[in-house]
Design a protein around this ligand. Structure first.
Ligand code: AMP
Length: 291
């Protein structure tokens, strides 16, 4: 049975009990509206940790003005049911006032890797993410925290924050879960009409095609970027690639000549919905990636 806790003091007491008894704990931070992508994170945690806490918190700090904070899907009962099926122990669903105490003035801000891509298009977004994840890590004090490769830049930001602040947690990144047609699962996919979804499929298809070019021997970053941009082009005026790049996996700097692992990183706007996707790539013969 999954227990729902809303009060940080209650989860604090629970975590104290785990610590005293040397019971390991995994944390899966989410914004709810859970799907099979989130379930994959929960499963990884349940497999590796004695107890799994899934946090569900639609974090106002990471939404910009005019974004979808109000209409972001909320479905706590369904989410708790999914967590139960996946054998998570606790759903931690705090209220905003408990995550942002009145009069709070502290922001966790990671420089550099937040500047481009999502950071450039969503000012303040990663400050909001880093501040809330730091608070969640302090409240839950997990041994491991699980994040999806789907939000690749976010994983880079969190790893950097944890390293820079010396947070005693292991960050685990879980591969992207996709629908049968290749579209990466996202709580926002429900905003797409059938026609929009066809357009959205340009994103995974373009990434696969660009990877194929790399596997055929293309190493020039500019050539890969141009190919990706062309593959994302749509006749529809309201479909636009916001960025499409080949970047270093740790620094997110654009790659000039591909010599090892890299990430194809892209965002496509379809009408009012922004879709993110990425693929980790490497030239043929590159040894497996160790992180
Ligand atoms: P969200 O609820 O959208 O904030 O996502 C919570 C966590 O689930 C983040 O670490 C996401 O990267 C991860 N996630 C979301 N979609 C997927 C997916 N399709 N595959 C794997 N992880 C995902």
């Amino acid at each position: 049975m999954t227990r729902v806790m809303r009060d940080p003091d209650e989860i604090g007491a629970y975590v104290d009990m785990l610590r005293r008894n040397r019971i390991s704990c995994g944390l899966v931070p989410t914004m709810g509206a859970l799907h099979a992508g989130h379930a994959a994170l929960i499963r990884r945690s349940v497999a590796a940790c004695d107890r799994t806490v899934v946090s569900i918190y639609v974090n106002p700090l990471q939404f910009g003005a005019g974004e979808d904070f109000e209409r972001y899907p909320r479905a706590l009962d369904d989410d708790v049911a999914l967590c139960g099926r996946e054998n998570a122990d606790i759903v931690f669903a705090p209220a905003v006032r408990d995550m942002q105490p009145p009069g709070h003035t502290t922001t966790v801000s990671v420089a550099g890797v937040t500047e481009d891509f999502e950071g450039a298009r969503r000012p303040g977004h990663f400050d909001g993410v880093a501040t809330v994840v730091a608070r969640l890590l302090n409240v839950v004090r997990p041994d491991r925290a699980y994040f999806g490769q789907k939000d690749y830049q976010q994983t880079v930001v969190i790893r950097r924050m944890v390293r820079d602040l010396g947070v005693p947690v292991e960050i685990v990144v879980v591969p992207i879960v996709r629908d049968a047609d290749g579209l990466a699962l996202s709580s926002r996919n429900r905003y797409l009409s059938a026609e929009d979804r066809e357009e959205a499929l340009r994103l995974p298809r373009a990434l696969v095609a660009a990877e194929r070019r790399i596997l055929e021997g293309e190493t020039a970053g500019d050539a890969v970027r141009a190919f990706l941009a062309a593959a994302l082009e749509s006749p529809r005026a309201d479909v636009e690639a916001e960025y499409a790049d080949l970047v270093d996996p740790d620094t997110l700097v654009s790659i000039r000549t591909l010599a090892g692992h890299a990430v194809l990183l892209a965002a496509l706007r379809v009408a009012w919905t922004r879709l993110l996707d990425n693929r980790i790539v490497a030239p043929p013969g590159t040894p497996a990636w160790e992180r």
